[in-house]
Design a protein around this ligand. Structure first.
Ligand SMILES: [Zn+2]
Length: 61
C-alpha cells in the first residue's frame, strides 16, 4: 500500500499527494477531524487530504 509520503503528486493541485479514496479516508480517520478529504477535480480516481482552512480563505473551489 502506498503511503502518503510515497504517493504520486498532483501537479494541477499544487503538487498535493494524489491518493486512493481508501487511503484518503483512512488518513482522515487517523487525523480525528484535523484533515478533510476531497475528490481531485483533475483525476477521477484521485483524492486529496488537507487541513480545513479558516472561513476567510478563498480557495480553488
Ligand atoms: Zn488533484
Amino acid at each position: 500500500m502506498a503511503l502518503y509520503s510515497e504517493a504520486a503528486r498532483c501537479e494541477p493541485c499544487s503538487h498535493q499527494a494524489l491518493l486512493d479514496e481508501d487511503i484518503a479516508r483512512r488518513l482522515v480517520r487517523a487525523a480525528a477531524g484535523c484533515l478533510s478529504a476531497r475528490r481531485c477535480p483533475h483525476y477521477d480516481d484521485g483524492w486529496h487530504v488537507r487541513a480545513p482552512e479558516p472561513a476567510t480563505d478563498s480557495d480553488d473551489e
